[in-house]
Every structure is written in C-alpha cells, then in structure tokens.
Design a protein around this ligand. Structure first.
Ligand SMILES: [Zn+2]
Ligand SMILES: [Zn+2]
Length: 187
C-alpha cells in the first residue's frame, strides 16, 4: 500500500487493491476494532497524481473509491454486526513533509483528519484506507435494528431466550476510543 513518488510520474498511477480478511484485520486490529467472523473484503480503486503546492513542493492527489464489507461485534449481544464501506468519491491530498514541529502537526491533524503527509519519497495508503473503514463503523454497531442484547443481570442472549431478571442491560460502546486511536496512527 506504499507508492514511490517517482513511480507516480507525469501521467499518474492507478492504485488497485482487493484486501482480504487478513489484510482488513491488519488494518483494524491495531486501532482496537474487534472483528467478528470471516468474509471481509475491501476494494480500493484510487488514482494517484502529482501536484504542486503554492510553495512549489510536491503533493499527491488521491481520488477514487473504497468499498467493501466487514463484520464487527454487535454492541448489544456480541453477535455479528455487518459494516458496509461505500465511499465512491474519495478525494484527498498528501502534503509534503512540513517544517512544523511534531506538536503543531498533531494539532493540524486533529482539526482535519483528511490531512495526510508524505515523507518526500513515498506515500502510504494504509492510514487512508484505515480511516475510511473506521468511519464506516456506526457508533453503536448492531447485528440488527431490533437486537435485544444480553441481559445485564444473568447474561442470557435476549434474542434467543428470555429471563426473569428486571435489570436492563447497558451495552458499552468502544468505537469512540477506536476513533481517537485512529488519529494517533495517522501521524
Ligand atoms: Zn446483537
Ligand atoms: Zn437476565
């Protein structure tokens, strides 16, 4: 998923990838996304072109689509919650390495997730794809709209059985944490 700036050249370069389960896992596990089941696939079709910044340095425009599917854990019952990725018109720019301090750069990244920086030699599409996958995950992923969840009292899956407890379950969400970790890995 890394491309040498020299290979992009005058005419640009097509970056096509078909990521399988193992590769999707590799992208999402480091940011704390719990995948569930198999059959993940993500298609990446991006066109890379060189551009100049106002100061004459090299930037890289990235345009195209990222689409696919993967399964995360249902926030209520821990079953399988399908996530569909469908970004037909992705458009972003890798900016040249700046002379800003790491702290200033971090500030910029926090304001704008779409800012990516190349190192002067190559660009890495991995954080771009990871971001699209994480953004596709709902705050509360569910196996189905009307998932009844797991009883907080006795642990029974209320989709499959009922119980005598009166206590309602309170599913926790961890995706906000995944999003904040995503920002860290983009640096
Ligand atoms: Zn569920
Ligand atoms: Zn119960």
């Amino acid at each position: 998923l890394k491309y040498d700036l020299r290979d992009i050249g005058e005419v640009g370069l097509a970056a096509r990838h078909h990521l399988d389960s193992a590769q999707v896992r590799h992208l999402l596990v480091p940011v704390g996304v719990e995948l569930c089941g198999e059959g993940e696939e993500v298609r990446v079709e991006l066109q890379l072109t060189l551009a100049s910044t106002t100061s004459g340095a090299t930037a890289v425009n990235v345009r195209g689509s990222i689409s696919g599917r993967f399964n995360v854990v249902c926030a209520r019952c821990l079953g399988t919650a399908p996530v569909v990725v469908d970004e037909p018109e992705l458009s972003l720019t890798f900016m040249p390495p700046s002379d800003k301090s790491p702290a200033e750069r971090e500030e910029l990244n926090e304001e704008d997730l779409d800012t990516f920086v190349h190192d002067g030699v190559r660009i890495d599409l991995e954080p771009v794809i990871r971001e699209q996958l994480v953004l596709a995950i709902p705050i509360t992923p569910l196996c189905s709209e009307d998932c009844k969840g797991i009883c907080g009292g006795c642990g029974v899956d209320l989709n499959q059985a009922s119980c005598a407890c009166k206590e309602a379950s309170s599913p926790a969400t961890t995706w906000a944490a995944a999003l904040s970790r995503l920002k860290e890995t983009n640096n």
